[in-house]
Write a protein that binds this ligand. Structure first.
Ligand code: CMC
Length: 363
């Protein structure tokens, strides 16, 4: 039996949801290029596509708008629970706990689109409630006339965001809603394969996503840029890290061996919003130097900029603080997790790999 560390190259399922073409740098959602969808579509429309296989028509668009909007309100018991969590607990852990507490009899059985909307739509409200609670302020009243992404920014800021900021964040949400058999999606499929419920699958996925090698990376990008701070420090800072064989956050990918198409699309958005800002000029210079030095220290590894690098720039440009980077990724990727949970349940086989025992045997 040959062992594949990290299950690299192991094909664990057939899927109709998305195709990640790492050699050509393409990401396809149900036959559509993700970058094309990201230019005009809302997260709700892309969720409909990923869950149903087709884009919504105008009547369906209105229905899903209403469905998502009506699932935004936080139940009272959840407010009490979130308020009781000690303030030093990070937002990602708060979300994981709150989602777990949403579990009830209505989430029993195979995962459904209606259940998926109920979880996805309430995530921004959980985040906003927690932030306002810690700040001693009241979150604004939920509104039903804003898209999911616009409403997220509205809840955080207390005012309706500009169309440019909504489009920028919507682009991020659409581009990161789904990405094949990544670690968190696999975790969701493993849980679903035991015929457990959708809440449990999402809780497991959040646990997998928060690690710095997966969804924790954009906050790492922001910390790296903060630490570097000035152009003359870029090269020595990066060399020091690479000499110690440390990772540079926002670079490298298990599947993409060319540029991540999501990074290119988010770079375009970030340039539009922040080209004149000193922090953005520094980010561009750090990227250039990092790619040059990765080529020197890791020759032949084909390491490129990944989605997290420019996700951090887009988040900063729309005013999201570092502690909300991974939570925001949860808000988008939940769509892909739910799609995979539904697909797994539709044609299920218990996921149960094997291991080779290399310990001692009894004498
Ligand atoms: N910085 C420095 N060296 C790197 C990096 C990096 N960011 N990425 C890969 N390498 C090197 C690594 O040290 C190794 O070198 P060597 O062969 O000399 O030991 C070689 O490249 C291959 O690395 P690997 O760990 O075998 O490759 P992987 O396929 O497991 O890595 C990765 C994928 C994302 C874990 C890795 O590139 C990494 O740690 N990146 C930094 C964290 C990051 O940005 N994560 C976000 C990923 S994109 C979002 C997502 O899908 O969740």
């Amino acid at each position: 039996m040959s062992v594949k560390p990290g299950l690299e190259g192991v094909v664990a399922a057939e899927t109709k949801i998305s195709h990640v073409d790492g050699e050509r740098g393409r990401l396809i959602y149900r036959g559509h290029r993700a970058e094309d969808l990201a230019r005009t579509r809302s997260l709700e429309e892309v969720a409909f596509l990923l869950w149903n296989g087709v884009l919504p028509d105008s009547g369906e668009r209105e229905t899903i708008r209403r469905e998502w909007a009506s699932a935004r309100v936080l139940p009272g018991y959840l407010k009490d629970l979130i308020a009781a969590i000690p303030r030093e607990v990070e937002m990602t852990d708060v979300i994981r706990t709150a989602v777990s507490a949403l579990g009830s009899a209505s989430f029993e059985g195979p995962p459904t689109r209606e259940q998926a909307i109920r979880i996805a739509a309430v995530l921004p409200t959980i985040i906003a409630f927690r932030r306002h609670h810690l700040a001693g302020s009241e979150p604004p009243e939920a509104r039903s006339d804003l898209s999911h992404v616009a409403h997220y920014l509205y809840l955080l800021r207390g005012e309706v965001p500009s169309p440019a900021h909504v489009r920028a964040l919507e682009t991020y949400f659409v581009l990161t809603a789904e990405h094949g058999m990544n670690a968190s999606t696999f975790a969701a499929r493993v849980v679903t394969s035991t015929r457990s419920d959708l809440i449990s699958a999402i809780v497991a996925a959040i646990g997998a996503l928060k690690g710095p090698l997966h969804g924790g990376a954009p906050a790492g990008v922001e910390s790296m840029l903060d630490e570097i701070g000035a152009e003359e420090r870029i090269e020595p800072w990066i060399r020091k890290r690479l000499e110690r064989n440390e990772r540079l956050m926002g670079f490298g990918h298990r599947i993409y061996k060319t540029e991540d198409p999501r990074a290119a699309a988010l770079r375009e958005i970030a340039v539009r919003l922040a080209a004149g800002e000193p922090w953005f000029r520094l980010a561009v210079r750090v990227e250039e130097e990092a790619l040059r030095l990765l080529g020197e220290y890791k020759p032949g590894r084909r390491i490129h900029t990944n989605v997290e690098y420019y996700a951090a720039a887009v988040f900063r440009a729309v005013g999201l603080p570092k502690e909300l980077f991974t939570p925001t990724f949860i808000c988008s990727r939940i769509v892909g997790w739910a799609a995979h949970a539904m697909e797994q349940a539709e044609s299920n086989r218990l996921i149960r790999p094997d291991a080779v025992y290399i310990g001692p045997m009894p004498g």
